[in-house]
Ligand binder design. Structure first.
Ligand SMILES: NC(=O)c1ccc[n+]([C@@H]2O[C@H](COP(=O)([O-])OP(=O)(O)OC[C@H]3O[C@@H](n4cnc5c(N)ncnc54)[C@H](O)[C@@H]3O)[C@@H](O)[C@H]2O)c1
Length: 252
């Protein structure tokens, strides 16, 4: 028996990285999964691969920063699988590496729109569908950068910090209606996003590795297991909380 048998899960940014790993694990645990992304090359291949492996998944294209896309993404989920029980607001970008004075307004807007507004829109349209489905679990993807400052990533840190407080707000609003809302604050996990960030600055990889007490970055599979805990009834009494997984970084 899977931990998500009978559940419908919607994962944004699921074409690659943490979203892909989580969508695959949710499907392996019995959920019917909507793999959503704005990447129409990789996204459908993830859904097809899950389906050909015996799971249930479909791809829905959406840019999470666009109201109409997010509304349609939630509607497509309900139309395809009959409801919504698990929503993983994962899609995000790091944006440019630049100090607060050097960060351009364009970079600020793009990073905040995708990370923070995208999470807001996911909940704005996802929560009504979840209420009609009898409740559920929302997992938002912030970062340790949303809990402590990260030099030269002002927009990313601000957006992730905003996601933490937005999570708590929504959790309080819907706690009595059977909707749990939690946020994961992960340290560095090697994904295409992180690889690109490492490559943008010489010595960045060694610098970040040296900050991890456990001596290594996390894996996408470890992240997915953490998201599964929050998606499933194993975390039935958890809501409004920031869940840190970082190999010990923030303990220093
Ligand atoms: N990898 C890490 O170390 C780490 C740590 C903490 C938090 N996070 C967060 O986890 C999430 C996923 O990160 P990742 O490392 O897997 O990144 P990634 O770049 O490997 O994957 C991100 C996915 O999101 C999609 N995406 C980006 N903008 C989108 C948009 N506007 N609409 C729809 N899809 C969009 C991309 O196409 C891609 O498939 C992000 O929110 C990131 O901030 C990552």
């Amino acid at each position: 028996m899977g931990k998500l048998d009978g559940k419908v899960a919607l994962v944004t940014g699921a074409a690659i990285g943490l979203g892909e790993a989580t969508a695959r694990l949710f499907a392996a645990e019995g959920a019917k999964v909507v793999v959503s992304d704005w990447d129409v090359e990789r996204g459908p291949t993830v859904a097809d691969d899950i389906s050909s492996g015996g799971g249930t998944a479909t791809f829905v294209k959406a840019d999470v920063s666009k109201t109409e896309d997010v509304r349609a993404m939630v509607q497509a989920t309900v139309d395809t699988y009959g409801g919504l029980h698990v929503l993983f607001n994962n899609a995000g970008i790091v944006g440019d590496t630049a100090s607060t004075t050097e960060c351009t307004e364009e970079n600020w807007d793009a990073v905040v729109d995708i990370n923070l507004k995208g999470t807001f829109l996911g909940m704005k349209y996802g929560i009504p569908a979840m209420l009609k489905s009898g409740g559920g679990s929302i997992i938002n993807n912030a970062s340790t950068s949303g809990l402590v400052g990260f030099p030269e990533l002002p927009a990313y840190s601000a957006a992730k910090g905003g996601i933490v407080i937005l999570t708590k707000t929504a959790a309080l609003e819907f706690a009595k209606q059977g909707i749990r809302v939690n946020v994961i604050c992960a340290g560095t996990i090697m994904t295409p996003m992180v690889q690109q960030f490492m490559d943008s600055k010489e010595g960045m990889q060694q610098f970040l590795e040296s900050k991890v007490p456990m001596g290594r970055f996390g894996t996408a599979e470890e992240f997915a297991q953490f998201a599964l805990f929050l998606a499933s009834d194993d975390s039935a009494w958890c809501t409004g909380a920031e869940h840190i997984m970082d190999g010990g970084i923030l303990s220093i």
